[in-house]
Design a protein around this ligand. Structure first.
Ligand code: SAH
Length: 226
């Protein structure tokens, strides 16, 4: 998979991809994450990517020209499955969307900043808008990192035990069961005995029952989909 992330503040998004699982995914060649500095696509002398809003009002707006130049040059190199603008009023991101995006080959994530992008970007240059929740961030970089992380960890081979993504919460519309590690007894707080029994069938049955109970308590709406 190839993900191009377009931003006017590249430093805001570099670190999530420079450590741990996302870093390993790249060094194993399973994904290429390319962080693109929008300022390189401006024709203006001062490399500005934003300007005042027509009609007045507080806040700058990201200009269409650098974004158009950037996307056009990227599209000349490869065909994109989706060109996604991160936006608080977009489709709400969830696990099923992450699953679907993990099957794609080439994605662009466009990060807004300030008041957002010129509306003509949204009308003509992108294919989709995704929100990570009903709240407003100061920029799309954190949202793009959230989307890319959730998608990349689903690519086969990225997690060391491939089945572990499948047993996470929201896969099968169930919440994951509780997990424990050593010590088995910490200050009298004990691990459920079944997990130490060595009886795999019993352990699986316990985990499933816990998942159902948790889902009913924490996300009852999911159970209807399960
Ligand atoms: N004026 C806009 C908000 C701009 S916030 C409005 O009221 O809708 C600046 C940028 O942060 C946006 O362009 C978008 O790229 C990003 N952003 C903010 N909140 C987000 C969210 N919940 N999900 C995804 N991107 C978000």
């Amino acid at each position: 998979m190839h993900i191009d992330i377009i931003t006017c503040l590249p430093r805001l998004i570099e670190s999530p991809f420079s450590d741990s699982i996302l870093k390993r995914a790249q060094s194993k060649g399973l994904v290429k994450v390319n962080i693109i500095d929008l300022r390189q696509y401006t024709t203006s002398k001062h490399r500005t990517t934003d300007d005042y809003a027509f009609g007045g009002g507080a806040g700058m707006v990201m200009m269409i020209e650098p974004i158009d130049n950037c996307i056009r040059q990227l599209k000349a190199k490869r065909t994109y499955d989706e060109i996604i603008y991160t936006s608080p009023d977009g489709e709400r991101f969830d696990q099923s969307m992450a699953n679907a995006l993990s099957l794609k080959e080439n994605l662009i994530l466009l990060c807004g900043h300030y008041k957002g992008v010129d509306e003509r970007v949204r009308m003509h240059l992108i294919t989709r808008e995704i929100s990570i929740g009903d709240y407003v961030l100061s920029g799309g970089e954190l949202a793009a990192a959230v989307i890319a992380d959730a998608v990349i960890r689903l690519i086969p081979g990225v997690l060391s035990d491939e089945t572990s993504a499948l047993s996470d919460s929201f896969q099968d519309n169930l919440i994951a069961p509780p997990v424990y590690t050593r010590p088995a007894d910490y200050k009298g707080w004990e691990v459920p005995a079944v997990l130490l029994s060595g009886d795999q069938a019993k352990i699986e049955a316990w985990r499933h029952a816990e998942s159902l109970e948790r889902t009913e308590k924490r996300r009852p709406a999911l159970l209807r989909k399960h």
